[in-house]
Design a protein around this ligand. Structure first.
Ligand code: NAP
Length: 285
């Protein structure tokens, strides 16, 4: 039987439609949800990503404030900019585009983002809260994966989820989110032995490796749900789509799977933050 295609474009379109209404309602209260993006240096892919995020904001009526700093910016100068954004009441979310130039202490810069505005889920406090199960703004790609799971009503409880990758923005938080939903989770990484055997036991496979076509169909159990977060040069996922398609019960394509939902999660979390501001203003008036 052919697998169900988990269509990220469709999920993202629905999320953005509902966000448009929430943005209009906020505007009637005098609040324009605003995402500030901070880009340091002139990496062309980072510039493209930041531009895409800004355009996505504008398309649903949000504001996007773009701060582009020169590549010579020091850690303390970057921290000053982040602190200014933290105390700017018109800014509801802050995104520091990764990677920053090597001489900058990136971790210190991420940690400087206030938890209320950490809509990209990059602070250790945000990660800790997500792991405990009450994080408000998880990292966006894990949030996108969970959103696709929920949209298609994929059963998670009691299932064996195998996550390949353990990065702080992807593999680790998605493992914790699946665990919080009562999956039995195995997180694999570059030191994992017998990877194919572990993957073959998975009901849910999350690929977050950063290696094109890495997960092979012959590793995958018949009927498994496959979520491919990978995005490699040439629009290629971490999953070998053709061979996995033959075995999967459901699968995300690349492109058009996890990627579009990731951006919509960034927008959603910024709108969530703006709504909290509106609530606070209402209480204090
Ligand atoms: P990353 O930081 O490079 O992490 C890759 C992970 O894969 C690491 O934990 C690494 O293990 C593990 N790994 C590497 N080789 C392996 C092997 N042979 N066997 C098992 N595990 C192995 O990458 P990332 O930022 O998490 O991104 C992963 C993928 O997702 C990339 O393709 C990226 O482009 C994509 N991505 C997509 C989105 C989106 O919106 N769709 C967003 C972010 C990232 P170690 O920890 O041991 O090194």
């Amino acid at each position: 039987m052919e697998p169900l295609i988990l269509d990220g474009k469709r999920v993202a379109t629905e999320v953005k439609e509902s966000l448009r209404l929430r943005v209009s309602a906020l505007k009637e209260k005098g609040i324009v949800p605003c995402l500030a993006t901070v880009l340091v240096g002139d990496d062309s892919s980072s510039e493209t990503y930041v531009k895409m995020k800004g355009n996505a904001c504008r398309k649903i009526g949000m504001e996007s404030r773009r701060i582009h700093l020169p590549k010579e910016t020091t850690t303390s100068e970057l921290l000053r900019v982040i602190n200014e954004l933290n105390s700017d009441d018109d800014v509801h979310g802050i995104l520091l585009q990764h990677p920053v130039p090597k001489h900058i202490d990136e971790r210190a810069a991420f940690e400087a983002i206030s938890i209320e505005k950490d809509v990209d889920g990059v602070t250790s406090l945000g990660f800790g809260r997500t792991s405990f199960g009450f994080g408000e703004y998880p990292s966006c790609t894990p949030a996108a994966i969970m959103n696709i799971i929920d949209y298609y009503d994929v059963s998670v409880e009691g299932k064996h989820a195998v996550v390949i990758g353990r990065s702080p923005i992807l593999g680790k938080p998605v493992s914790m989110m699946l665990l919080n939903r009562n999956a039995t989770v195995t997180t694999c990484h570059s030191y994992t032995e017998n990877l194919a055997e572990i993957v073959s036991q998975a009901d849910i496979v999350v690929a977050a490796v950063g290696k094109p076509n890495f997960i092979k169909g012959e590793w995958v159990k018949e009927g498994a749900v496959i979520l491919d977060a990978g995005y490699n040069k040439g629009n290629i996922g971490d999953v070998d789509y053709d061979s996995c398609y033959e075995k999967a019960g459901a699968i995300t394509p690349v492109p058009g799977g996890v990627g579009p939902v990731t951006i919509s999660m960034l927008l959603k979390q910024t709108v969530d933050s703006a709504e909290k501001t509106a609530e606070l203003l209402k209480k204090s008036s």
